[in-house]
Design a protein around this ligand. Structure first.
Ligand code: MN
Length: 201
């Protein structure tokens, strides 16, 4: 049986400090994200439509079949893989390509306005969830999702970046200051090089 594995972090566990500390990574990646992987592997045992399938396939099928526990864990694995790959160490995230910047300007007016829209969605998401920059039907949009909800597998949607606003993402470093965590991530740790690659693909 092919089990889900925890994808490696794309940087050292202290690479995002002090905005996201090694201690936060140790719990967020090492306990929460790893926990979703372990739980999902347990939930799919003996279930032919899920066992051995890709993460995307499990996420989509469990959503369609309303298998809530499987969906929540599968989607959270996908969302966290995407989150770690939406972030970069300070100074390493680069800038949007000319093509991506042109789409950003068309949708938001400027890169600063795009960042402000993403931050606003992240701050205003009530409770746990995610704030996304998406390419949707060819246009860029900002949306937020609740709990484990995900754009993974949605037709005509390409996620470009995400920010995790579950409290486990920021509470050790920022306590109740979600807006400060979000601002620090948006200003210094978004991986525009990866966003550019996804946009072009
Ligand atoms: Mn999380």
């Amino acid at each position: 049986m092919k089990e889900m594995t925890l994808a490696p972090l794309p940087y050292a566990d202290d690479a995002l400090a002090p905005v996201i500390s090694a201690k936060t990574i140790s719990f967020h990646y090492g306990k929460h994200h790893a926990g979703y992987v372990k739980t999902l592997n347990g939930l799919v045992v003996g279930k032919e439509i899920y066992e051995g399938r890709s993460l995307e396939s499990i996420t989509c099928s469990s959503y369609d079949l309303n298998d809530t526990a499987i969906f929540n864990n599968a989607a959270q694995i996908w969302n966290h893989d995407f989150y770690w790959r939406s972030l970069a160490p300070a100074g390493k995230g680069g800038e949007p390509s000319a093509e991506l910047l042109s789409a950003i300007n068309a949708s938001f007016g400027s890169l600063d306005a795009c960042k402000a829209a993403l931050a606003d969605a992240a701050v205003k998401r009530f409770g746990s969830g995610w704030a996304w920059l998406l390419k949707k039907d060819g246009k860029l949009v900002v949306e937020s999702t609740s709990n484990a909800d995900t754009p993974c597998g949605k037709p005509f949607v390409t996620p470009l970046l995400v920010i995790d606003v579950w409290e486990h993402a920021y509470y050790l470093d920022w306590q109740n200051q979600r807006a400060a965590y979000v601002k620090a991530v948006v200003d210094g740790h978004l991986d525009w090089l990866s966003a550019t690659r996804r946009f072009g693909g």
